[in-house]
Design a protein around this ligand. Sequence first.
Ligand code: K2U
Ligand code: ZN
Length: 173
Amino acid sequence: MSKPEPLPILCFPDPRLRTVAQPVAVVDERIQQQIERMFVTMYDAKGIGLAATQVDWHERLIVIDVSEERNEPLVLINPEVVWASDEKRKGEEGCLSVPGIYDGVERSVAVKVRALDEKGQSRTVEAEGLLAVCIQHEMDHLMGKVFVEYLSPLKRDRIKTKLLKAQRDAERD
Ligand code: K2U
Ligand code: ZN
């Protein structure tokens, strides 16, 4: 089977990024094909996570690989946080949907998430460090939330202006 092409990634402030994703009803061939397309897209974009929302697919599906070797794929379908540490830490975040922008976001340092895997089996993931941050960042995407929403309105407007100009310039080239 040939490898699928990477999908286009929606860029902030595209309103489709604000869509709230629906639960996946059945983990079937259709979902497994979408999972493969999302991994191809994530690795191609050098991301360590990708939410279906970012590729204009509005179902509760996340792919992650925080490994150095880029060989530890993790699929979270219909994820729900069952526990999050009270301890929080502010970390520098980026986003494939907000290219070139990095800023501090406060997140729980550890989370416990229940989800279905790519076979539809229920699993629990206990995460800390970068994996915990990534899971929280991706689950925000499924709720239509981009990390710039944690920044000040002034910073967010500057980012919006900068990215809209970059998108206009790109269309002109
Ligand atoms: O756009 C995305 O959702 C992928 C995010 C995932 C992520 C954001 C912040 C912190 C951890 C993960 C990134 O674009 S992946 C790029 C990246 C790579 C290493 C560290 C931070 C961000
Ligand atoms: Zn993101």
